[in-house]
Design a protein around this ligand. Structure first.
Ligand SMILES: Cc1ncc(COP(=O)(O)O)c(C=O)c1O
Length: 460
């Protein structure tokens, strides 16, 4: 047996978990229309819905919160925040926003117009929804390795640089910027290599297109570069982060991930020409430029979190935990997307429930069964085409930062193992209500009736 994944912290405050019975969970699932987002958090035993804003704060973050300056304009907290952000990422202009999607809207409002086209390795849901809302077309240019679920490759988040060059050659006039998401959340939270960042940047420079990062998980990406890419094992996370962002013109970031905060976002740019319009837009929808949608105390928490998120021991533990959970599932024969990602492990719902067709929503059905079995909350991830031509359907187990222990992950692996043992009895779901924008958050599902099940089973 290899050694346990040691937490490089000890627990100072605990939050009790209410345990539920199977009967209770059955009723709760029905009330929540089988949608994990609609369950009361209190009825969840281990919550792997998201790593967004679910982080535990450190003693130093709580202390920083107490010295916050809540002045409307020119606060000391903003000055400290701005100094840290400039130092970490190397960009000149810093705009705080209420969260990542606030930064997205702010950037797109000054960079994009209807009819434009924005490439990304994979657009995250809110990025895609916001761009679409501005009338912008989204192009996902993920590398071929990233579209093969079973392939073990160190950098499955890379962008297909040849595809980017072709797109820029043919449609340059429609492309106001290129986005690169690190790590690639919607593509299995897989990292992007420094060599790929460099190549994407070179293509952007050649065609005169600005490159912006969607940088929520910047530190996890940097850790993978340090561990997996030639020439980086002797570099610190801080140095790798500086190098990554030196190839771009700016970033948008949700502070709720690697910045170890519960709320907050950020836009950075080196383009001074954008600043007057960014200030105008920020005041209109977020707040005055020195708080921009965040309280002084949130700025302080994020300032400290940005540094703590780059601690090598913390990152070794964090990424060791997803790897550990992946290994516990794999050893039971449970199909997962390989390799385990930075913040998440993904179950291959079609491999898990091969008797269900896509229309029977295998990922939503599996997430509901996992909750029913042991109160573990996961989330279904929208389907996408694989390089094999098949459509994947995934369930994401996303780990909050500094929250759960290895024992709690063992519990999760055991619960999913019990669902795996009775997988053949699991039926499908159908939509009762499907909203147009970001349906996963608020859709209603219901179990397929026996008649519909039979019709689907006999259909081609
Ligand atoms: C890659 C990526 N971009 C953007 C966002 C949006 O950030 P927020 O939830 O803070 O609005 C997220 C959130 O999960 C994300 O993972």
């Amino acid at each position: 047996m290899s050694r346990a994944v040691l937490e490089p912290y000890r627990i100072k405050m605990v939050e009790p978990i209410r345990l539920t019975s199977r009967n209770e969970r059955e009723a709760l699932l029905q009330e929540a229309h089988y949608n994990m987002f609609l369950l009361p958090a209190e009825a969840v035993t281990v919550d792997l819905l998201t790593d967004s804003g679910t982080n535990s704060l450190s003693a130093e973050q709580w202390a920083a919160l107490m010295i916050a300056d809540e002045s409307y304009a020119g606060s000391k907290s903003f000055a400290r925040f701005e100094e840290t952000v400039r130092d970490v990422f190397g960009y000149t202009y810093v705009f705080p926003t209420h969260q990542g999607r606030g930064a997205e809207r702010l950037l797109f409002s000054v960079m994009c117009k209807a009819g434009d086209l924005v490439p990304n390795n994979t657009h995250f849901d809110t990025t895609r929804a916001n761009l679409t809302d501005f009338g912008v077309e989204c192009a996902d240019l993920l590398c071929a390795e990233g579209m093969d679920l079973q392939l073990r490759h160190p950098f499955k988040g890379n962008m297909d640089v040849e595809a980017l060059r072709t797109l820029l050659r043919e449609k340059r006039e429609r492309v106001p910027m290129v986005l690169l998401t690190v790590t690639n959340n919607s593509g299995g939270s897989q990292p992007v290599a420094m060599a790929n960042i460099r190549a994407v940047s070179a293509a952007c420079r050649e065609f005169g297109v600005p490159l912006y990062f969607d940088a929520c998980r910047f530190a996890e990406n940097a850790y993978y570069i340090q561990q997996r890419e030639n020439g980086y094992s002797g570099k610190s996370i801080e140095e790798i982060v500086r190098e990554m962002f030196s190839y771009g013109d700016g970033l948008i970031l949700s502070g709720k991930k690697d910045a170890l905060s519960n709320i907050g976002g950020l836009l950075c740019t080196n383009n001074g020409a954008l600043v007057p319009r960014l200030r105008e837009r920020l005041v209109l929808t977020e707040g005055f430029p020195t708080y921009g949608g965040m309280a002084g105390r949130d700025l302080e928490v994020m300032r400290v979190g940005l540094r703590e998120g780059m601690d090598a021991n913390y990152l070794a533990h964090r990424l060791g935990m997803t790897e550990y959970l992946g290994a516990r599932l794999r050893e039971q024969g449970i199909p997962i997307a390989e390799p385990a990602g930075g913040s998440s492990v993904f179950l291959d719902a079609r491999g898990f429930l091969p008797h269900l067709k896509l229309e029977q929503l295998p990922a939503s059905a599996l997430a509901a069964e996992i909750y029913l079995e042991g109160g573990v909350r996961t989330v279904e991830i929208g389907s996408a085409k694989l390089s094999s031509g098949e459509t994947m359907s995934l369930v994401r187990l996303c780990l909050p930062r500094r929250v759960y222990s290895q024992t709690q992950l063992d519990y999760v692996a055991d619960v999913i193992g019990d669902v795996w043992k009775r997988r053949e009895e699991i039926g499908g779901l159908e939509y009762e209500f499907k909203p147009e924008i970001l349906p996963a958050f608020s859709a209603y599902y219901r179990p397929l009736s026996a008649v519909t099940e039979q019709e689907l089973a006999t259909a081609d």
